[in-house]
Write a protein that binds this ligand. Structure first.
Ligand SMILES: [Zn+2]
Length: 99
C-alpha cells in the first residue's frame, strides 16, 4: 500500500511520512529484546530518552519552576522563615519567663 504525502503539515512539528517505516529505538527492554517503537530525532523512542530531558538554559529552568510553583508554602525560603519565626517566638517566651 503506497500512501501519498500531501502538503499538509502535521501538528507539533512532527515529520510527515509513514510511521511504520521510521527507524526503530533499539534500546534493550526488560524482555531483553530491542525496543521496536519508532525512534525520535535522537535515535530513541519516547519511552527510552527520546523526549525532552529537561531545561537546557537557566531561563528554561526558571520557566519550568515558575510553571510548577503552586503557592510556595514549602519553598526553602518559606520553610526558613517559619523556622526563624518559631525560634523567635520560643526565645520571646523564654525571655518572658525570666522576667
Ligand atoms: Zn524504545
Amino acid at each position: 500500500m503506497q500512501r501519498e504525502t500531501t502538503g499538509i503539515l502535521l501538528r507539533n512539528g512532527n515529520p510527515q511520512g509513514d510511521p511504520t517505516t521510521a527507524s526503530r529505538c533499539g534500546a534493550r527492554t526488560r524482555l531483553g529484546v530491542p525496543c521496536r517503537a519508532p525512534a525520535m530525532a535522537n535515535g530513541r523512542c519516547r519511552m527510552h530518552g527520546g523526549k525532552s530531558t529537561g531545561p537546557r538554559t537557566p531561563q528554561g529552568l526558571e520557566a519550568l519552576q515558575k510553571a510548577h510553583l503552586k503557592h510556595g508554602r514549602y519553598s526553602a525560603q518559606s520553610i526558613a522563615l517559619r523556622r526563624y519565626l518559631r525560634r523567635l517566638l520560643a526565645n520571646s517566651h523564654a525571655t518572658l519567663e525570666r522576667l
